[in-house]
Every structure is written in structure tokens, then in C-alpha cells.
Design a protein around this ligand. Structure first.
Ligand SMILES: NC(=O)c1ccc[n+]([C@@H]2O[C@H](COP(=O)([O-])OP(=O)(O)OC[C@H]3O[C@@H](n4cnc5c(N)ncnc54)[C@H](OP(=O)(O)O)[C@@H]3O)[C@@H](O)[C@H]2O)c1
Length: 244
């Protein structure tokens, strides 16, 4: 028996990295998973990789029209949602003094605004007792030089979660934040040079970056009844980086 048998899950930004690993695991655990991403070719590949119990819906999570299309598709195909993992996010380094309006806009438009509307637009389809979680970042918990814009755009998520726990209490919908540390996702591997990698690894107690599968298993915990008494929390999965 799977931990998500019969459940419907929506995961945004899930054609790569941790969310793709999570989508694969959720499908293996019996859920039907809707995944999104902007690039149709990457979406098709991800759907093929997952293989079963999966529907790909192309769209930009920062676009309210695209979010409407996503949830219209879910409504038509399955009628309801049990699990939402709002994972689509962007981040790049910007040193204070050199931050542009565009840098600020890009990070907050998706991470803070897109995530809020993803949750809001999913709500009418949500079954009572469901689980919502959003991908934060431990960049918002530590003073990493050059990451203030990204850190700020992710720091809003635990604040949203605390308020939404109150607002959704009657529907018994749980809201949490899944906060990874440095994870070697394929897209990060592509842009990361040796110096950046060494810098990341130097702050991790085990001196080795996380793997997408290690975040996926924490996501399964938040999605399933294993976390039935976990609500309004930030689950930090960073190998202990934040505490040392
Ligand atoms: N990797 C890390 O070390 C790390 C650490 C902490 C937090 N995070 C957060 O974890 C999440 C996933 O990161 P990752 O490194 O695992 O992913 P990744 O390998 O960089 O992949 C990002 C995924 O999101 C999709 N995406 C990007 N922008 C999107 C948008 N506007 N609308 C819809 N989909 C979008 C991408 O597909 P398309 O490009 O086709 O849209 C891709 O599927 C992000 O929120 C990130 O900020 C990452």
C-alpha cells in the first residue's frame, strides 16, 4: 500500500531537480501527480520519465492565466486536490549595491507573488484535510553574501504559512514550508563553477551537497499522513547547515 494511494497531487516547477524527484516518488506511492514547467520539451521528458499516474501541464507559475489553466485541467481530469507542493522558484546572486529593479522583480514575482496565487487558486479544489507546502530556502535563514534578494523572496513563505494555518483551520488543511539547503539539482550543476561548489560545500557539516531524492523523501512526509500533526512549520532539510 502506498502512502498517497488515491490522492491527487499538484507540483509546480517539477520537470527537474527536487520537485521532479518528488513527483516520481509521489506517483510510486500511489498519487496521481500533475506537474508543471515552462518548457514543453522538458515537461514531455519528465512525464515520460515518471511513466504513469502523471499529467504534465505547461505554464509559468508567475502567470495567473497559466495558473487558471493548470487548475482548470486538474478540475476537469480529477475534480479535486489533496496535496499541493508549490515548488517553482528562481534564485540568483545579486550583491548589495548592484541589485537592479529587474533582479528584485524577477525573484519576488515568482517566489513571493506566484507562490501565493498558486495556493489561492488551488484552494477551491482542495479536499478538506489536504496538505499544502511551499519550497523555501535556507538562504533566508543564514547570512549568505550576495543572496539578499532571493533570501527575502523566500522569507515570506513561512509568514504566509502561519497566517493560512489560521485561515484554513476549519477545513483541516495543513500548510508548511519545505526549506532545502544546498542541493545538487541538474540546473544548479549546470551554472555552478568549482568555486561556488566549494563555497556551498564548506558550510555543510557533511561537506557534500544534498541530493534531490533527499528532499523528495521529506516532501513525501509533508504530503502524507505521516505528518498529520505538523502544521505551520518550516521543515529545514539542509544537513545541519543552518544550525552550525
Ligand atoms: N537547488 C538548491 O540548492 C535549492 C536550495 C534551496 C531552495 N531551492 C528552491 O527549490 C526549488 C526547486 O529548485 P531545484 O534546484 O530543485 O530546481 P531546478 O533543477 O532549478 O528546476 C527548476 C524547475 O522549476 C521550473 N520552473 C522554473 N521557473 C518556473 C516558472 N516560472 N513556472 C513554472 N516552472 C518553473 C523549471 O522548468 P522550466 O525552466 O521549464 O520552467 C524546472 O522544472 C526552487 O523554488 C528553488 O528556489 C533550491
Amino acid at each position: 500500500m502506498g502512502k498517497l494511494d488515491g490522492k491527487v497531487a499538484v507540483i509546480t516547477g517539477a520537470t527537474s531537480g527536487m520537485a521532479l524527484a518528488g513527483a516520481r516518488l509521489f506517483a510510486d506511492e500511489g498519487a496521481h501527480v500533475f506537474i508543471t514547467g515552462r518548457r514543453q520539451d522538458a515537461l514531455d521528458q519528465a512525464v515520460e520519465q515518471i511513466g504513469r499516474n502523471v499529467t504534465g501541464v505547461q505554464g509559468d507559475s508567475a502567470s495567473l492565466d497559466a495558473l487558471d489553466r493548470l487548475f482548470d485541467t486538474v478540475k476537469q481530469d480529477k475534480g479535486a486536490i489533496d496535496v499541493l507542493w508549490a515548488s517553482a522558484g528562481v534564485g540568483k546572486q545579486n550583491r548589495l549595491g548592484e541589485i537592479t529593479e529587474e533582479d528584485f522583480h524577477d525573484a519576488f514575482w515568482l517566489n513571493a507573488r506566484g507562490t501565493l496565487f498558486t495556493v489561492q487558486k488551488a484552494l477551491p479544489l482542495f479536499n478538506d484535510g489536504g496538505s499544502i507546502f511551499m519550497t523555501g530556502s535556507n538562504a533566508s535563514l543564514r547570512g549568505y553574501p550576495n543572496w539578499s534578494v532571493y533570501a527575502g523572496s523566500k522569507a515570506v513563505l513561512p509568514a504566509y504559512a502561519r497566517v493560512w494555518v489560521s485561515e484554513l483551520r476549519d477545513r483541516k488543511i495543513r500548510v508548511n514550508v519545505l526549506t532545502p539547503g544546498q542541493v545538487a539539482s541538474p540546473m544548479l550543476e549546470e551554472v555552478m563553477d568549482e568555486e561556488m561548489k566549494a563555497q556551498f560545500e564548506s558550510v555543510i557539516p557533511r561537506r557534500e551537497m544534498g541530493r534531490p531524492e533527499e528532499i523528495a523523501s521529506a516532501a513525501l512526509f509533508l504530503a502524507s499522513d505521516d505528518s498529520s500533526y505538523v502544521n505551520g512549520m518550516e521543515l529545514v532539510v539542509d544537513g545541519g547547515t543552518t544550525v552550525i
